[in-house]
Design a protein around this ligand. Structure first.
Ligand code: S3P
Length: 452
């Protein structure tokens, strides 16, 4: 695992216009779920376009450790699932590396089984709060052994018969919603999740696709009630994973910022729970053309043509945060080159990502000369459209704290700032976007170091 390996710094320098057409690797959220649901369902699941990042591969290994048969033939991943309710007890701890999604969703998936399952991860994942998933599992009758503060390593043991619950998700988190629903798959009766603020809905859509009896009702205030009937049959599916909008964000913002750029990004997932960044950038004046919008495998997909644009600062509506939660670091970079001030509120969840992303972003911006203020749950960035003085002439590196999105965001910054931008480590980019360096170089970006 790269995050256990030696750190490799990388430096990005002011680049020529970016141009070309690229295809972004598969969506991470859908890839995790494809391995999980394929591994659980009866019969065969065939997946193309899967993200082969370390995070997703760890989820695949966990499913194999619980009985799923997974192999790759050509471009297709083929999974023979165990059948709902028939996961095997893992013989060793399940190591999720850097991946919160893999770890938290699998806790739900297997935690209610009447055997022990143990969860471990890297230094980043070990610091992240697991109580948000462990608490509803406790209500369902799961016995939990965890390190202080409900941190990893965690061992779960389900009861003989889990209790179905009605759970109101206390924070905007698709991982928590999903963990409860997945626990409900092996629980008799109806498990209900109430989601006051809508988050990405891949679990709901995909479970329905696999044949689960799952309904969603949305009231006049937008509060969603999701009901899942437990112990139903899931049947293997054919899945073509669309490109990850969160990975798309990096070449997209780079193309907006580097003068003269014209980049087309193919096959991007446009599920409305994921497109907050595109909307925000368009409000900032970004020239992003949505081409060939289509429906593929039940998801909205499109190609994006992105041209260099003069951006202006905006106030990002707080309620938009869940639909762009992973994109704030790169939005902050875009804001650093916008005319005027960009205000981002409602960012409390950023503090519990792969790093405390709010302080990691603010520290990195300051190190590279950006005028910004970090609040408890907010970030204010005052931009410099000409990039003058931005970057770090002394070569001091941004502390990435094992966070792939911090590393990629600041490498994008270096493509347009006056001085180069260095990140202290780029190896963990492989958790979500192993092709990043090659793809950016192919567009004309100057980035040295990292995994080269
Ligand atoms: C994810 C949910 C989000 C997101 C993460 C992927 C998912 O996390 O940040 O990258 O696939 O369910 P939270 O549930 O913590 O918001």
């Amino acid at each position: 695992m790269s995050h256990g390996a030696q750190a490799k710094p990388a430096t990005a320098r002011k680049s020529q216009a970016l141009s070309g057409t690229v295809r972004i690797p598969g969506d991470k959220s859908i890839s995790h779920r494809s391995f999980m649901f394929g591994g659980l369902a009866s019969g065969q699941t065939r997946i193309t376009g899967l993200l082969e990042g370390e995070d997703v591969i760890n989820t695949g290994k966990a499913m194999q450790a619980m009985g799923a048969k997974i192999r790759k033939e050509g471009d297709t991943w083929i999974i023979d699932g165990v059948g709902n309710g028939a996961l095997l007890a893992p013989q060793a701890a399940l190591d999720f590396g850097n991946a919160g999604t893999g770890c938290r969703l699998t806790m739900g998936l297997v935690g209610v089984y009447d055997f022990d399952s143990t969860f471990v991860g890297d230094a980043s994942l070990t610091k992240r709060p697991m109580g948000r998933v462990l608490n509803p599992l406790r209500e369902m009758g799961v016995q939990v052994t965890a390190a202080d503060g409900d941190r990893l390593p965690v061992t779960l043991r389900g009861p003989t018969t889990p209790t179905p619950i009605t759970y109101r998700v206390p924070m905007a988190s698709a991982q928590v919603k999903s963990a409860v629903l997945l626990a409900g798959l092996n629980t008799p009766g109806i498990t209900t999740v109430i989601e006051p603020i809508m988050t990405r809905d891949h679990t709901e859509k995909m479970l329905q696709g696999f044949g689960a009896n799952l309904t969603v009702e949305t009231d006049a205030d937008g509060v969603r009630t999701i009901r899942l009937e437990g112990q139903g049959k899931l049947t293997g599916q054919v899945i073509d994973v669309p490109g990850d909008p969160s990975s798309t964000a990096f070449p997209l913002v780079a193309a907006l910022l580097v003068p003269g750029s014209d980049v087309t990004i193919l096959n991007v997932l446009m599920n409305p729970t994921r497109t907050g960044l595109i909307l925000t950038l368009q409000e900032m004046g970004a020239n992003i053309e949505v081409l060939n919008a289509r429906l593929a495998g039940g998801e909205d997909v499109a190609d994006l043509r992105v041209r260099h644009s003069e951006l202006k600062g905006v106030t990002v509506p707080e309620e938009r945060a869940p639909s762009m939660i992973d994109e704030y670091p790169v939005l902050a970079v875009a804001a650093s080159f916008a005319e005027g001030t960009t205000v981002m509120n409602g960012l409390e969840e950023l503090r519990v990502k792969e790093s405390d992303r709010l302080s990691a972003v603010a520290d990195g911006l300051k190190l590279n000369g950006v005028d910004c203020d970090e609040g408890e749950a907010s970030l204010v960035v005052r931009g410099r459209p000409d990039g003058k003085g931005l970057g770090n002439a002394s070569g001091a590196g941004v502390a990435t704290h094992l966070d792939h999105r911090i590393a990629m965001s600041f490498l994008v910054m270096g493509l347009v700032s006056e001085h180069p931008v260095t990140v202290d480590d780029a190896t963990m980019i492989a958790t979500s976007f192993p092709e990043f360096m090659g793809l950016m170089a192919g567009l004309g970006a100057t980035i040295e170091g990292g995994n080269d």
